[in-house]
Design a binder for this molecule. Structure first.
Ligand SMILES: C[C@](O)(CO)[C@H](O)COP(=O)(O)O
Length: 236
């Protein structure tokens, strides 16, 4: 079984909004629903779990009903960090799924994930045991302590920008979270970060500039344009 685990626990502080960004409406639909629809439509995805803010859980179920997201099976409360939220989702899956089931962790606020990104992630996980979506780094990147100036730039040929999905077997993810408890690792920024800190090699899968993470008001503008483009091109 292939399960999508969507994180929807952000609070919207970077948008300066009372409504968390994943629940903002764009063209009359919450951003999270666009993300759910991408997984609902993909034939290789069997089930979906959403990890969300406690007070939004009933609303997520209501939206899923309204937009006919039939693969949504579980909605659980997130934690104080992304690390804790993903763990909550995994512990829920442990109750219902097999440890050999495949879990595709994806940011709920990356609504433009395409069928080929999902397919490539599943294929790479099958081949290598892990798959983290990446794109090349096309800008020159500086390291700076004060954000004002620098003398250090990092060779971009050696850099890759991570996105989601991050795909692993459920058993592997549960192992990583138990190891992180044992070793006192709690401040990871993503599951690929956790795996690296545990000495695991991370394998890459296809990402895309279109698979943007909606974080700022400018991202909403880009997302709206991408939706218009998708409609003009007759794409789903
Ligand atoms: C996992 C991620 O999308 C990789 O680019 C990113 O790290 C998520 O960051 P956030 O702080 O949870 O938005």
């Amino acid at each position: 079984m292939n399960i999508a685990l969507l994180t929807a626990g952000g609070t919207g502080t970077r948008m300066h909004q009372d409504i968390p960004k994943q629940f903002l409406h764009v063209k009359n639909k919450p951003i999270l629903i666009y993300t759910l629809e991408a997984f609902e439509r993909h034939p290789s995805i069997d089930a979906i779990i959403v990890v969300g803010l406690e007070r939004w859980i009933d609303i997520i179920w209501a939206y899923a009903k309204q937009f006919n997201i039939t693969k949504l099976k579980w909605v659980v409360s997130g934690g104080n960090t992304g690390h804790e939220s993903i763990r909550n989702g995994l512990l829920e899956l442990e109750k219902h799924c097999d440890i050999s089931d495949v879990v595709m962790i994806h940011d709920g606020n990356r609504p433009m994930i395409s069928p080929d990104i999902i397919s490539d992630s599943l294929a790479k996980q099958k081949e290598f045991g892990s798959a983290v979506a990446v794109i090349p780094c096309v800008e020159v990147v500086f390291k700076s302590k004060d954000g004002q100036s620098s003398t250090i730039n990092i060779p971009r040929d050696e850099l890759l920008r991570t996105q989601t999905p991050h795909t692993y077997e459920l058993g592997k993810l549960l192992w990583a979270h138990r190891e992180s408890d044992r070793l006192g690792i709690s401040n990871t920024v993503a599951s690929c970060d956790l795996m690296c800190r545990l000495g695991e090699t991370v394998y890459f899968s296809k990402g895309s500039e279109r698979n943007l993470k909606i974080t700022t008001v400018e991202d909403i503008e880009i997302f709206t344009s991408l939706l218009d483009y998708r409609k003009e091109e007759g794409l789903k």
